[in-house]
Design a protein around this ligand. Structure first.
Ligand SMILES: Nc1ncnc2c1ncn2[C@@H]1O[C@H](COP(=O)(O)OP(=O)(O)OP(=O)(O)O)[C@@H](O)[C@H]1O
Length: 259
């Protein structure tokens, strides 16, 4: 690749949203969102409760069908593709509320996710044998600092450990673009730094593209390359953290509200 081609490739967004919108019974929840996210970039989404952040993530990940506009991944229009088709193309997400099985152990969660990622031919019997995924599971548990909790049921984990397990379940599928919906929600103040460090290492060390909804400004300012501000379902601003904080439109919109 020539230097010029490399520059163009780096500038080409891996994920593009054009005029993306979602309405419920004619009421717009997400409206006219257009932006591009570059490979390896970290974009944090902020905005008050009800601004449409989770709804936007639902449109990107395919959980909700867009009413208007398009979602383009690696230059391919995936607007009509379902969740699994998008996941197969490298899009993974976590949810605001916990999606774990209380009675299943940490290792069982990750092993089952590895099996699911391997596709329909990996059978339940294969899962029971466990051996094919042992190394993969061990690696992911090591990376997410959960190796010592491998045999612990999810119900016995702290909130921070549950969030780590959700990340482990996601990472074993090897997604290139990761959507994290409030990964610090419900996590104690003592556990936030370790979880923040883990998210940072997923971005920097594993080189993943990350989109994250986060209310804690102190957390996202140390992580995000750019900050996207959602307001009443629209994308009000998308810029570097400093520029967004200094943006008078953003300040006006949030007058009297905590960002
Ligand atoms: N399935 C639905 N049907 C009708 N309205 C919905 C639906 N899902 C979300 N909404 C509404 O859309 C708006 C945006 O919700 P959304 O959860 O996307 O906001 P958010 O920015 O993620 O908020 P929070 O920070 O509280 O998670 C809210 O007013 C919500 O009540």
């Amino acid at each position: 690749m020539t230097a010029a081609a490399a520059t163009t490739a780096a500038a080409t967004p891996v994920l593009r949203l054009d005029d993306l919108g979602w309405s419920v019974r004619g009421v717009p929840i997400v409206h006219g969102v257009s932006c591009g996210v570059r490979e390896g970039e970290f974009v944090a989404f902020i905005g008050p409760n009800g601004a449409g952040k989770t709804s936007l993530f639902n449109l990107i990940s395919g959980i909700r069908p867009a009413t208007t506009g398009t979602v383009t991944l690696d230059g391919t229009d995936l607007t009509r593709a379902g969740v699994h088709a998008r996941a197969r193309r490298g899009l993974g997400r976590t949810f605001q509320t916990s999606s774990l099985w209380p009675g299943m152990t940490v290792a069982e969660h990750v092993r089952l996710a590895a099996q699911a990622a391997a596709g329909p031919r990996a059978s339940y019997r294969l899962w029971r044998r466990a051996a094919p995924y042992r190394q993969e599971v061990a690696d992911v548990l090591e990376r997410t600092e959960l190796a010592h909790r491998a045999d612990t049921p999810a119900a016995a984990l702290s909130h921070g450990e549950k969030r780590k397990l959700e990340l482990a379940v996601l990472l074993v599928g090897d997604p290139r673009i990761i959507l994290l919906d409030e990964p610090m929600a419900g996590v104690s103040a003592e556990e936030v730094p370790a979880l923040t460090a883990l998210v940072r290492s997923v971005h920097r060390d594993l080189g993943r593209t990350v989109l994250m909804v986060e209310h804690h400004m102190d957390v996202l300012l140390g992580l995000a390359d750019r900050v996207a501000v959602m307001h009443h379902g629209t994308l009000l601003a998308l810029d570097t953290p400093d520029a967004v904080m200094a943006d008078p439109t953003v300040q006006d919109a949030y007058l009297g509200e905590e960002l």
